[in-house]
Design a protein around this ligand. Structure first.
Ligand code: NAP
Ligand code: ZN
Length: 349
């Protein structure tokens, strides 16, 4: 039986979110029905709801930071049982056969991964995300949330956690490495916690010093304001790795000047407008400018286990369904400490 569930949708590009109902598909043999407890608000939700990245599918039910419990399983599911604590991130399917899927990097599936929302499944149906009370997802795209992490603080790990964990691992954040995190928002604050837990020496580069005390508590050793020009002189040539989590354009050359010879700046921030840089900013110093997109499913599970082991969850502000529009404005204005999480029990209430 298909399920009707309460949800929060964006009816058309840039329009305010409103409550509605949607239908979830009948369980297929490999499907899991999840009762969603919490859904994080990622800046990517806002980019897509406002078509910053180009044409999107409407009505849109955003949400790719999903945490909840298993309510039912399909006939062939062995990995999960009713009552298990689970999470779903940015993808709900991929071909499973191409070299990237086989390598555990389903986000790069040659047929295109199926996004959790604003996507179209291989069955031709539009996908709707986590701002809702229930979702049906193929078992291989469901992760287990370890005991010890609350579902509310776990939800943001499914995107903000993996998106920062993956490049920090790939680019060698660890003891003896100086890592700068640019932007202390949802992704940035997870990057600080995770890089510190990996043993790196972490510096936050934020627009102002407003959140300095928080940044140091989260695990940073240093904190600088990028609005202060002297920051760029003080920190010149200092970092092995810069993780840029900023959702807007940045003066890339200024940040590249902060790298040591051979250092790398990795962009996870995804502004809708182009970033530009001078080739000499890379050439003079054998520097790299790279990008990173979420992480594969196995790596997402690895990240969740790492976070449980290190006692890491997101810093959250829990909101009800009727506060979502206000939350979008606050995220856009860099006024979030550090992730809004929707208590989905309030949808339709
Ligand atoms: P967020 O919570 O809004 O955090 C972004 C932070 O960037 C802000 O808190 C702010 O930090 C800083 N910032 C914002 N506007 C700025 C400006 N004009 N100049 C300088 N700094 C500015 O957003 P998020 O959810 O962490 O997402 C960040 C970006 O990552 C978004 O573009 C999102 O789409 C993208 N993303 C990418 C992936 C991926 O796979 N690569 C996955 C998820 C999200 P301060 O106040 O500290 O300056
Ligand atoms: Zn996200």
């Amino acid at each position: 039986m298909s399920t009707i569930t309460n949800a929060i949708a964006v009816p058309s590009p840039g329009a305010p979110l409103e409550q509605t109902t949607i239908t979830r598909r009948d369980l297929r043999p490999n499907d899991v029905l999840i009762d969603i407890a919490y859904a994080g608000i990622c800046h990517s939700d806002i980019h897509q709801a406002r078509e910053d990245w180009g044409t999107a599918i409407f009505p849109m039910v955003p949400g790719h930071e999903i945490a909840g419990t298993v309510a039912a399983v399909g006939s062939e599911v062995t990995k999960y049982k009713v009552g298990d604590r689970v999470g779903v991130g940015c993808m709900v399917d991929s071909c499973g056969e191409c070299e990237y899927c086989q390598a555990g990097t389903e986000q790069f599936c040659v047929k295109g991964n199926v996004q959790t929302y604003n996507g179209v499944g291989f069955d031709g149906e539009n996908t709707y995300g986590g701002y809702s009370q229930q979702v049906v997802v193929k078992d291989s795209f469901v992760c287990g949330i370890p005991e010890g992490i609350g579902l509310d603080v776990a939800a943001p790990l499914l995107c903000a956690g993996i998106t920062t964990y993956s490049p920090l691992r790939q680019w060698g954040a660890g003891p003896g490495k100086k890592v700068a995190v640019v932007g202390l928002g949802g992704l940035g604050h997870m990057a600080v916690k995770i890089a510190a837990a990996m043993g790196a020496e972490v510096t936050v580069l934020s627009q102002s010093l407003k959140k300095q005390e928080d940044g140091l508590k989260l695990g940073a050793k240093d904190y600088y304001a990028t609005s202060d020009e002297s920051t760029f002189q003080t920190l010149a040539g200092r970092f092995d790795l810069i993780l840029n989590t900023v959702s807007a354009d940045l003066p890339v050359d200024s940040y590249l000047s902060l790298l040591r010879v051979g250092g790398a700046m990795v962009n996870v921030g995804a502004p809708g407008t182009p970033l530009s840089y001078n080739a000499f900013s890379l050439i003079a110093g054998n520097k790299s400018l790279a990008g990173s997109m979420i992480g594969g499913i196995a790596e997402t599970q690895e990240m969740l286990d790492f976070c449980a082991e290190h006692g890491i969850g997101a810093e959250i502000e829990t909101i009800s369904a009727d506060q979502v529009n206000e939350a979008y404005e606050r995220v856009t204005g860099s006024d979030v400490r550090y992730r809004f999480v929707i208590d989905t029990a309030t949808i339709g209430a």
